[in-house]
Design a protein. Structure first.
Lengths: 692, 424, 203
């Protein structure tokens, strides 16, 4: 015979289990109820995708909150219940026990035989079963009903709530025949990108405009039947009907096209806009500059990086070798270091060596080097990206004394650009943190950056003065802060320095030179470097005063100046051509032949169709109230006629059409569209109006 | 039997002096009281003429305003109040292709512009002028609840423009700018040695041309014809080098003369740093302006552009040189701005085509009548706004109730006295 | 500064300075036949520089491969959009040559495709009359280069305006002599250059 204590302990465990089971049932019921409510609301009113996305977790959250509630309350109370409380629970349900069970429980030891008998005869287990039935039956039944309701709902309807996604507009069950009677009331457009792009299918619910990668396939779906589509003027396509849905497949047009969808009772316009795949971006890292070599021997390291928006296919280094001079040139071309990239690779790296010994180069030859990359575009491409071209030239013996023969590593300006960018990044980062730092901390970090900035400035200065032929003394005369006493440090005067350098080179800087801006190569290369020097000086001064924000513009100007210096070096390697000045006074009007008086043909107005588009816009506006859907269609058709370079007008019309479809306040988008179509008036007109 | 005070003389009662005095007194009292009552009634009636205070929650239509003004003219007391703000709108036709009206608004705060189809545009606090190319019906200009309504009438379609100059970048890009802006251009660009490039018919005729642009000093015999063209109603733009070293005939019509010239290449488009692009153009500084010249543009306190009326036409003198650099060397907006600058400059002098100058146009329905300055027009019609008068306290009857009784009593007494003496 | 300044365009790759006498020769011709205010000497302007916009007519030539840098492409695109005209001449007179191949590629991707310019285009009537289209050069006739007489010039059109004029006829060689030597020619072979200048200045 089982003792009372054991029976009570079992009963207690059973009661706890019962509470847990009831809590789970109730939680599931709350979750199911929340889902059912959302389902009903969605069926009746149609919850927008954005709202559904944020509501998708509601049933789960409700269930968990309910579970927490019950676990925190009844279940926790059940776990904490003592055997006396369990005994009292039985006593309330079985009055015949006459407190025998409580007495037994409170004694904690076997009591009298009479008590034992009374307890032993009590149907505790039966009572537990009855209580379990009462506690679980109703929640279980309610849950079953909810489950049946949810199970009866169409699968797509539940998926709209549990896994909302673009393109599920047609999964919403219909209550009446309203939408079914109008096959164009709700449409879904699915875009399948071309295979090379490795992109997933994207869907759009009720779009006015669909922009997709050129070469995509477009599927348009809706409820009902008897829908046709007109592309362009007269290309008519009938939609197939499958399982209550009409469906149209068509390739994405090569230019922005309005598709007119025709149903028996109405029509609707959908704009399809192709987006072109960008060609790869290719950057040649090595060699870093144009170079003149004395001997065509050795290896030249080649390195390039490639980037693409969708996926790279392959890349290589291309080289063209030109030999000869004057009127007679011969060319050889080759590709080296070719490399294929894995599918989906959006970044790639090319590296190879150019073995000069094998190229059979002779003095005067030029090797033009560049990196080339292709993407996987097999629809409109392949897109081809090319890097800048570097030139290796083999010097002739007779020009050794006139041409600077340079090594291959990056030039000083190029290294300077890189270093200056690093300093700029550090300063920008410090500027961003400035509000959170103490004044002392800002000053400390700014001064640390200033030290680097000063080092870089001196390096750039050294390059200039070495080129200008100044000796160490001259160099020292320009730099302060180096331990020498030469007064206050400050910006240099590029004009004075360059004039001095040109005087030293027996060049008269005031002479009218035939280079743009009257600049000789010496000036063109070194002036930007001197400007960069001065900008760096300003930047370090600002940093010294713990003002990183003010230093940033100077650093940006320094980078820009270094870039100009870099470009100038590439240009002026070849020296200057001869300069001829025509004696205009002598030759004016001496030609033996005479020309003719001739007619000029007028240019057309820049956009003669603008007035027509404005008139059409007005017509669309006149039906905004009576037929907003038709007005939206009119705006979309109008958008197709907007010139490709008038992106502002196209976007404004898109926004106006979308606002019309959406409803609500239309004044702003329509006014914006009208202004964009009319063209912006210039705001910097220097003439005041004169009354008439 | 005679009452006391009466005497009988030959069967005829003779009134004694006391009774006559009483009768006279009573009669005078009756007449006096009646006169006083009538005066009081008249005064009260005058005081109780219609007094109306109108509180506007928006600007009234012209019909409402005129109706109230009519009541006021008829002697009714009309006062008004409401949250109307000062607002005035002015519309003038623009003599440029495409753009048909320039709307200028004077008001504080944001302005909304709407036509019969809805909102057309809006102006911020920084903008007070907008050019419109298509408006349906009257244009409503709203600031808060105050709405001005202006009628735009017909736009103006300008005639063609003649450009005279030498073959060069300025001529090329001025012609291009005007053509791109929609002007019809006839041109003569000289190449030297009696050779030129022609387009259309570049001989200025008022029937065909609205304006002539002179870009070169070498126009020779054309100067007199140009002066006649202007006096007859045509427009003339003397621009750049065409504004300098004028022939006598043109000097007579020009608004001023060039008093100083900046050499080319003294200004640069690089580093304008927010300054107007025209700051980068070399300038022939205008001076010695005639008294009737109007300055349209100034740089560094020196006039850059001046205009004046000559006869029936107009002449503009513009000192900027090499404006083509604005288009080629300016920022991304330069091309657009250069085009708009030249179009506006030519429009400022362009002749109005015959028949388009009538100001009135066809009569407009009442709802389209002009309400271009609602507050000013309301003040003009009804006087300044006034606070709503306090409702007057109810007054008693106009005359004390005893007046009637006294009049009646006095009249009866006077009548009784006369009866007693046998008089009728 | 004179109204018209002849600008030779300098580009990163190639021998942009291969025809150094052409500018002076054309300046001389413009002065001989017209009253156009022309500068007595030309300028050399980098293709990647904003200074290019000071010269709405630019002349580009060379023998070697033409590879524009990004900044050069962007400047050229903007230059043509604003109204500039770039006259490109293949100094190789060889349609199989590297200049031709690479220049066509660069121009095509930067400004637009080159198409044949009809021989009745206004360019051939803008000052002197060339009823048969572009004048033939002695280098075409003597069989050098691609051994072809090119019937047409090519152009990238922007609207009705020439933005890039391309020649395979090697005017760079034809005009590359000192202007004083014109007196030895029975027919001035630079007259077509005057047409190009007048066209650029008036259209």
């Amino acid at each position: 015979m089982i003792g009372t204590a054991v029976r009570l302990a079992r009963a207690r465990r059973t009661l706890v289990a019962l509470l847990v089971a009831r809590a789970l049932l109730l939680s599931a019921l709350v979750g199911a109820a929340a889902l059912t409510v959302l389902l009903v609301v969605d069926v009746i009113a149609g919850i927008p995708l954005e709202v559904r996305s944020s509501l998708a977790a509601i049933p789960w959250v409700a269930a968990f909150v309910a579970a927490g509630w019950f676990v925190a309350g009844p279940v926790r109370a059940g776990i904490r219940a003592t055997e006396e409380q369990v005994a009292l629970w039985f006593e309330r349900r079985l009055p015949s026990l006459q407190y025998a069970l409580v007495t037994q429980a409170s004694l904690g030891a076997p009591g009298s035989a009479a008590l034992e008998e009374a307890v032993a005869a009590a149907p505790l287990e039966h009572e537990l079963r009855a209580a379990a039935g009462a506690a679980l039956l109703r929640p279980a039944l309610a849950l079953a009903v909810a489950a049946v309701v949810l199970a009866l709902a169409p699968a797509g309807a539940l998926a709209r709530l549990l896994e909302p996604a673009a393109g599920d507009a047609l999964a919403r069950p219909l209550l009446g025949a309203g939408d079914a009677a109008d096959p164009l009331a709700t449409i879904v457009v699915r875009v399948t990108p071309p295979a090379y792009a490795d992109l997933a299918v994207t869907a759009f619910d009720d779009p006015a405009t669909v922009s997709a990668l050129a070469g995509s396939q477009v599927t348009i779906e809706g409820r009902g039947r008897d829908v046709r589509a007109i592309r362009g003027v007269d290309t008519l396509t009938a939609a197939a009907t499958v399982g209550g849905l009409w469906r149209l497949h068509l390739p994405l047009p090569v230019r922005t096209t309005a598709i007119r969808l025709l149903a028996p009772a109405r029509e609707r316009v959908l704009l399809l806009e192709p987006v072109t795949d960008s060609a790869p971006t290719v950057r040649l890292i090595l060699p870093g500059r144009d170079t003149v070599l004395r001997v065509a021997a050795g290896r030249v390291a080649l390195e390039a990086e490639l980037l693409d928006d969708l996926g790279l296919a392959d890349g290589a280094f291309e080289l063209i070798i030109s030999s000869g001079g004057g009127e007679f040139f011969t060319f050889r071309s080759a590709a080296i270091g070719a490399q294929s990239f894995a599918r989906g690779a959006r970044a790639g790296h090319l590296a190879s060596d150019l073995v000069l010994d094998t190229l059979k180069l002779v003095p005067g030859d030029l090797v033009h080097l560049r990196a080339v990359g292709h993407d996987r575009n097999d629809v409109t491409g392949p897109g081809r990206g090319v890097s800048e071209t570097r030139t290796l030239r083999i010097a002739r013996a007779d020009e050794y004394d006139s041409v600077s023969v340079d090594p291959l590593p990056p030039s000083e300006p190029e290294k300077g650009v890189l270093s200056q960018r690093m300093i700029l990044l550090l300063t920008e980062e410090l500027h961003a943190r400035e509000p959170r730092l103490s004044g002392a901390a800002v000053a400390r970090e700014a001064r640390a950056i200033a030290v680097d900035q000063t080092k870089l400035r001196k390096r750039v200065g050294e390059v200039v003065f070495q080129r200008l032929g100044e000796d160490n003394a001259g160099e020292h005369s320009h730099f302060a802060g180096d331990g020498h006493d030469h007064g206050d440090e400050g910006p240099l005067d590029p004009d004075a320095i360059l004039a001095a350098a040109e005087r030293a080179a027996n060049v008269d800087p005031t002479r009218n030179l035939d280079h743009e801006g009257d600049e000789t190569p010496v000036v063109a290369i070194n002036r930007p470097l001197l400007e960069a020097y001065n900008h760096m000086w300003r930047a370090s001064s600002e940093l010294e005063t713990a003002n990183p924000g003010a230093a940033i513009p100077w650093m940006e100007r320094a980078i820009e100046a270094l870039q100009r210096a870099r470009a100038a070096e590439r240009i002026y390697l070849r020296g200057r051509p001869a300069r001829v000045v025509v004696d205009l006074a002598r030759v004016r009007g001496t030609g033996r032949d005479t020309g003719t008086t001739n007619a000029r043909a007028p240019r057309p107005a820049l956009d003669p169709e603008r007035a027509t588009r404005l008139a059409r816009f007005d017509v669309a506006l006149s039906i905004v109230v009576s037929a907003p859907a038709a007005a939206a269609d009119s705006l979309l058709l109008l958008r197709v006629t907007v010139p490709a370079d008038d992106r502002a007008a196209a976007l404004a019309l898109d926004a106006a059409a979308a606002a019309l479809r959406r409803g609500g306040d239309l004044t702003r988008p329509l006014a914006a569209a009208r202004r964009a179509l009319a063209g912006d008036a210039p705001r910097r007109a220097p003439l005041t109006a004169w009354g008439h | 039997m005679h009452s006391p005070g009466e005497r009988s003389a030959g069967g005829v009662a003779v009134i004694g002096p006391r009774r006559a005095a009483v009768e006279l007194l009573l009669r005078t009292a009756v007449l006096g009281l009646v006169a006083w009552a009538l005066w009081s009634v008249w005064r009260e009636t005058a005081a109780d003429r219609v007094a109306t205070h109108v509180a506007f929650d928006g600007s009234p239509t012209a019909r409402t305003r005129d109706s109230l003004a009519a009541h006021r003219g008829a002697g009714d007391r009309i006062t008004w109040g409401g949250a109307l703000v000062p607002l005035a709108a002015m519309v003038e036709p623009v003599r440029e292709p495409g753009a048909r009206w320039r709307v200028s608004v004077n008001a504080a705060g944001a302005i909304g512009l709407a036509d019969s189809l809805g909102l057309v545009d809006s102006l911020t606090a920084d903008e007070r002028t907008v050019t419109m190319s298509a408006v349906r019906g009257a244009l409503r200009v709203a600031s808060g609840t105050t709405v001005a309504r202006v009628v735009l009438g017909d736009g103006v379609t300008p005639g063609r423009v003649v450009v005279l100059g030498g073959a060069g970048w300025e001529s090329k890009f001025v012609v291009a700018a005007l053509e791109e802006a929609g002007w019809g251009v006839d041109a003569r660009l000289t190449l030297g040695r009696d050779r030129e490039v022609r387009q259309g018919d570049p001989t200025p005729r008022l029937a065909r041309h609205a304006a002539v642009v002179v870009l070169d000093t070498a126009i020779g015999a054309d100067a007199a014809a140009l002066a006649r063209f202007v006096r007859a109603g045509g427009g003339l733009v003397l621009a750049g080098d065409g504004a300098r070293a004028l022939a006598p005939a043109l000097r007579a019509v020009a608004p001023g003369r060039v008093v100083a010239s900046e050499p080319p290449e003294t200004r640069h488009f690089d580093g304008l740093d927010g300054h107007a692009p025209t700051d980068a153009l070399p300038l022939h500084v205008l001076g010695a302006l005639r008294v009737d010249a109007v300055v349209l543009g100034v740089r560094d306190r020196s006039p850059t552009t001046a205009v004046r009326r000559v006869g029936a036409g107009r002449v503009a003198q513009m000192g900027f040189r090499e404006t083509w650099r604005w288009r080629m060397q300016g920022d991304d907006r330069g091309q657009h701005e250069h085009r708009a600058f030249w179009s506006r400059l030519v429009a400022s002098v362009a002749a109005v085509p015959a028949g388009a100058a009538s100001a009135g146009g066809p009569p407009v329905p009442d709802e389209m009548s002009d309400e271009s300055a609602p507050l000013a027009q309301l003040v003009h019609a009804l006087g300044p706004a006034a606070a709503e008068p306090r409702p007057s306290t109810p007054r008693g009857p106009a005359l004390p109730p005893w007046v009637g009784a006294v009049i009646l009593g006095a009249a009866l007494a006077e009548w009784g006295l006369r009866r007693r003496r046998g008089a009728v | 500064m004179a109204d018209f300044v002849f600008a030779t365009v300098q580009y990163d790759s190639g021998d942009w300075d291969s025809a150094p006498a052409v500018p002076a020769n054309l300046i001389d011709s413009v002065a001989r036949y017209t009253d156009i205010d022309v500068a007595p000497t030309g300028v050399i302007v980098p293709l990647g520089s904003r200074d290019l916009f000071k010269y709405p007519l630019g002349f580009l030539t060379g023998h070697l491969p033409v590879r524009f840098s990004d900044i050069e492409r962007s400047t050229l695109r903007d230059y043509c959009r604003r109204g500039g005209l770039l006259f490109v001449d293949d100094h190789n007179h060889d349609v199989d040559g590297e200049f031709h191949r690479t220049a066509w590629e660069e121009i095509g991707r930067t400004v637009g495709p080159l198409v044949d310019l009809p021989n009745d285009h206004a360019l051939y009537r803008s000052f002197f009359l060339f009823p048969d289209g572009p004048p033939t050069t002695s280098h075409e006739l003597n069989g050098w280069g691609d051994n072809l007489v090119h019937k047409h010039l090519q152009a990238v059109m922007q609207g009705d305006r020439i933005a890039v004029l391309y020649s395979s006829k090697d005017y760079s060689s034809e005009w590359n002599y000192h202007p004083d030597n014109k007196r030895f020619l029975s027919v001035d072979n630079t007259k077509f250059g005057v047409n190009v200048v007048v066209y650029a200045l008036t259209r």
